[in-house]
Design a protein around this ligand. Structure first.
Ligand SMILES: NC(=O)c1ccc[n+]([C@@H]2O[C@H](COP(=O)([O-])OP(=O)(O)OC[C@H]3O[C@@H](n4cnc5c(N)ncnc54)[C@H](O)[C@@H]3O)[C@@H](O)[C@H]2O)c1
Length: 379
């Protein structure tokens, strides 16, 4: 990937610029800027609007503008349309083309290729849709047209809500089955042998990443305008948000079993990234786990081979500059407990079993490995 980009830059068919006046030279503009929640958990589409404001004065007749950021239905044909029309004096669907096409990516999956992932496209008018289909058709094997920008925006939200709700379901079942002495991981592995009508989702220590914990609430906010509540989304959010506390209680239980208190114990968090095999730590539940452990008086460190040092973040500035510990026996065995929050494939869990006296495993990373009785606690 990096080599492909380097070659494209060398051959000068990929040019990077911060000069918005260059919008005049192109036939298509794709916007894919962040869509976070503000501190009141309301959608913040200011990045989209500011980008629209920056593009508008340079917009030419016939240009295609496509929004790819995940957002609520109506963002493209109401909010973005308004700033583009105001700043350009042109009319969307008449003088320039406007469409929405959600980004679909599978970070950390080396076999995932963008060209192979079908691309949903919804235009403001049939002509806008055709232009957008033609653009993506040059790079993507299957383009899936839908009737409007809103239908395309709603498609992306459905995909992410579906994940959020199903993850909440297995998180709830993890707790209930755990109380019954049943291992949720064993149950999911058995259930997924059903060749139809079941799709596996896996529990964890809480939701992470910049999509699943955030995007569903874009719909919740917009639904209020129509007088509707999004109860599935709210309930899933409640269950997923409660997971870190449940996991920390398991850490306390496990330490207690070894006649130790959380207060004063040295706890190592394994995996700072929000998911396995990536270096993206946005919205990682590991931060929440670390904060909760510190709040209870533990001495906390982390190990993540993908993240040697914590970069500045908006929400977790207190961890900025903290460094990952080294992976070696004296270091790892010096912790009273190790909490596995993200299970990177490159970590040697056999060594962990040999070195650590107590492991709390929220990812089933220790399954199938030789461990001592009472050494591993599922969480
Ligand atoms: N990363 C993914 O895997 C993924 C997958 C699906 C959907 N999305 C969606 O795509 C959107 C972008 O996500 P991301 O992860 O790429 O975000 P990101 O935080 O990595 O940033 C995207 C880029 O936007 C740029 N930017 C911000 N404001 C700008 C402005 N006013 N003008 C020009 N550029 C500006 C930033 O510099 C950055 O390069 C979000 O809506 C996200 O939900 C991302």
């Amino acid at each position: 990937m990096a080599a492909d980009i380097a070659q494209a830059v060398r051959e000068q068919w990929f040019v990077v610029s911060t000069d918005f006046a260059r919008v005049r030279e192109v036939q298509a503009v794709i916007i894919c800027v962040p869509t976070p929640l503000n501190k009141n958990r309301e959608p913040d589409i200011s990045y989209i609007l500011n980008t629209g404001i920056a593009i508008a004065p340079h917009l030419q007749r016939g240009t295609l503008v496509v929004l790819e950021s995940t957002t609520y239905p109506g963002t493209t044909d109401e909010d973005l349309l308004a700033v583009l029309e105001k700043g350009s004096g042109l009319k969307a669907g008449v003088d320039f083309n406007l469409a929405f096409s959600p980004e679909r990516e599978d970070p950390g999956n080396p076999s995932s290729k963008v060209a192979e992932i079908p691309k949903v496209v919804g235009g403001l008018t049939p002509a806008c849709s055709q232009k957008a289909q033609a653009l993506y058709g040059t790079a993507i094997k299957t383009v899936v047209p839908v009737s409007s920008c809103r239908a395309a925006e709603a498609t992306k939200l459905l995909e992410n809500i579906f994940r959020g709700v199903n993850i909440a379901l297995v998180n709830e079942l993890k707790v209930v089955y755990g109380a019954m002495g049943i291992d949720i991981w064993e149950v999911i592995n058995a259930a997924k042998t059903k060749p139809f009508g079941f799709m596996p989702f896996y529990p964890g220590p809480g939701l992470g990443g910049h999509c699943i914990p955030i995007d569903p609430f874009y719909l919740t906010w917009k639904a209020r305008e129509y007088g509707h509540a999004t109860r599935f989304i709210e309930l899933a959010g409640e269950i997923n948000t409660a997971m870190p506390e449940w996991v920390i209680n398991r850490v306390a239980e496990a330490l207690n079993d070894q006649k130790k208190a959380v207060k004063g114990s040295r706890v190592l968090l394994m995996g700072l990234a929000y998911k396995a095999n990536v270096d993206d730590m946005r919205e990682s539940p590991t931060y929440v786990l670390m904060d909760k452990l510190v709040h209870r008086g533990a001495e906390v460190s982390y190990y993540d081979p993908y993240i040697p040092v914590v970069c500045p973040t908006r929400e977790h500035a207190n961890w900025t500059g903290t460094q990952s510990v080294e992976w070696n026996e004296p270091t790892v065995s010096g912790f009273d407990a190790v909490l596995i929050s993200t299970a990177h494939a490159c970590v040697n869990y056999t060594e962990l079993a040999l070195w650590s006296p107590l492991i709390i495993d929220s990812r089933n990373a220790m399954a199938g490995l030789q461990t001592k009785p009472g050494q591993v606690w599922k969480a």
